[in-house]
Design a protein around this ligand. Sequence first.
Ligand code: 4AD
Ligand code: MG
Length: 500
Amino acid sequence: MSISSVKNLADHQDKIVTLKGWIYNIRSSKAIHFLEVRDGSGLCQCIVAADEVSEGVFEAAGSLKQESSLEITGKVVKDDRSIGGYELHATDLKVIQIAENYPITPKDHGVEFLMENRHLWLRSQRQWAAMQVRNTIQFAIHQFFQKEGFIQMDAPIFTGNAAEGTTTLFETDYFDEKAYLTQSGQLYAEAMAMAHGKVYTFGPTFRAEKSKTRRHLTEFWMIEPEMAFYDLEMNMDLAESMLQFIVQTVLDENESELEILERDTTYLEKAANEKFIRISYSDAVEQLKSKETAELLDQMEVDRKEELKEIQKEEKEIKKEHGSAKKWRKAQIDQRIKEINARVDQIEEDLRNIPVWKESAANFKWGNDFGGSDETILTMQYDTPLMIHRYPAEVKAFYMKRDPENEKLALALDVLAPEGYGEIIGGSEREDSLDVLQARIEEHDLPEDLFNWYLDLRKFGTVPHSGYGLGLERTVAWICGLQHVRETIPFPRMLGRLRP
Ligand code: 4AD
Ligand code: MG
């Protein structure tokens, strides 16, 4: 007998193993208990049959409730119909603790309730799967940069510098001075790039985002590569190959997690294999204002209305059937109604949004930054991630280098994830001239004395250099197909959410 994990059951076929874990679900009949046991590595159906275990064990199995902890021993049996492809036929079982009244039941719960119980919600299958994918992404990022010859560097969390504008700074006391929680490790990464050539940060960053959106956290993790002697094109090439590597790794390693998340992987496959679309900001603006975009939105409205009609009809029919249905069919109908309700909410939200989006796209003015809805509309028109370059300098950060061919433009780059997800990467080539950078710092009303060290980088052996920042949570949301970043990090911090 050996201790095993659900993930490794295939290595123990027809052998006796012990699993240690928690009850995810339990169904019982007179002679048999079906225990769904989760052990952190996966979920396994364990069968406790009255004629195969002692009376005491059979009774103990029947006393278990959701999230009770246990050790269970039995034979690993291959069964293709079972989750994970294997079942455990129990021979013995030890109860560690009986959990009473676990608050998160299989029924529908509101988001607020789930967020209040985030410490427990993390055990649910979808949440579990998302965190597994997050881990794969984190490790893949390290693998990618390490194999490309980058070194990881840790930027400070306490900082005196504002890198990304002064409106979203979290301020704190630092003995007799004011300090900020870092918005970005970039400026420090630039210094390290002049010492090591190619570096990347991987750390928490903070922004006092006062708006509630599905894309904004106040504490999020950012990966910021910074490379000496890279121009904008090289920067874009790097961002593309990094994203392709990340997506391919998840496709290879998280098939079952993506299945739990019901993720349609069509666009992920495309992202991993096809060249990304690259267009300039000016072309993107034209696209947004085009007849094509207006027609696309009109069509979307028609499609949504049609779909709404259809699923509402289905709902009516299955509700009629419910009364006289058998127990298993009732459960099926309940499940389907839950799905329909969720979809109806989403369609109704889309139908409210479409006219607003249409108006905002048609009236978009060159020189503005894209809003969330503009990004959604743009990404809907392409199958791969969209790389938009050369933005109006006015809407971008002080450190971005201007386009030598058009002073109004910054050599900036944003990567928008497809399927409406929007910006996951922001970056640029950096201003490398001392005089120009000094002038920009003045223009932006930034305290020059705090930036003296940063200006030194342009005094002593300045070189062309570039970098970008990848938002980890938005990347996880896109790859997992999650609607909101709150499900992409164990304990999200957002406006109005500091606990648990
Ligand atoms: O575009 P941003 O602001 O760029 C920078 O911070 C640069 N200093 C990066 C660099 O060039 N080294 O942020 C980069 C990314 C965004 O594309 C987004 O994915 C993520 O960070 N991000 C957020 N994610 C969650 N919540 C927020 N409030 C975020 N703000 C930015
Ligand atoms: Mg940005």
